[in-house]
Design a protein around this ligand. Structure first.
Ligand SMILES: [Zn+2]
Length: 235
């Protein structure tokens, strides 16, 4: 009985000892094979950049959105409304601290082509002041509300050193798109393109991890939008 138990334990111990040895051998072999050719995961190659944009903030949802973006290694352009930047300057600073770029999305979100030049000027100028005053820097990118623009809007934007940015892909999050549909919209992005999303959309917030996975799988990274070309480029 004693002998049997002793033999049994010994056999188990021998088996237990063999497993870490095998694992260590496998790891050594894998390391030898991959170490010279494969770069660390954090240095994954970017074959191209896309511009993620979130309009209408900052808001009560901004903190959660920034958290999701940073957790998933994404940077984005936040087209803030001046009225909200003025009301919540700390959230503008949080956007910058999280590595985001802050753009101008007008002060009160009007249909700009329906306004006179002086009103358009006021919408754009006050937003520049509100964002800069909050610590968001002076924006160089401008997105007109609803993507509605005309020659006067463009000229006033240019007067403030702003490049107008519309979008290549509309996520339709403003129109009740599901999280699946938003993920699928991001999957259509090609290098250099820009996608429209919104700060306030819960479905967009939920889509962020899957958007990040999809981009990584296609060798794309989230970049900044060049004010020169309006295209997404390396940060
Ligand atoms: Zn908007």
């Amino acid at each position: 009985m004693t002998q049997h138990t002793a033999r049994h334990v010994t056999r188990q111990q021998r088996k237990a000892r063999r497993l870490p040895l095998l694992a260590a051998a496998a790891l050594a072999a894998a390391t030898a094979l991959t170490a010279p050719t494969v770069a660390p995961a954090h240095a994954a190659a970017c074959n191209g950049y896309v511009g993620l944009t979130f309009d209408d903030g900052p808001s009560g949802n901004t903190t959660a959105l920034l958290s999701a973006l940073t957790r998933n290694g994404l940077r984005a352009t936040m087209f803030d409304q001046g009225q909200y930047a003025a009301a919540s300057p700390a959230l503008v600073r949080a956007q910058v601290s999280a590595g985001m770029w802050v753009g101008n999305h007008s002060y009160t979100h009007p249909h700009l082509p329906q306004l006179g030049q002086a009103q358009i000027d006021s919408e754009i100028a006050r937003t520049q002041q509100a964002v800069a005053g909050a610590g968001g820097g002076t924006p160089v990118l401008f997105r007109p509300p609803y993507g509605e623009t005309n020659a006067t809007v463009k000229a006033v934007a240019a007067k403030y050193g702003l490049t107008q940015i519309i979008w290549d892909v509309d996520s339709q999050d403003w129109n009740g798109a599901s999280t699946d549909a938003i993920v699928q919209a991001a999957a259509r992005l090609t290098a250099g393109q820009v996608i429209l999303m919104h700060d306030w959309s819960a479905n967009t917030l939920a889509a962020v991890p899957r958007i990040a996975q999809g981009l990584t799988g296609r060798g794309l990274c989230a970049g900044r939008i060049s004010p020169t070309t309006g295209r997404a480029v390396a940060p």
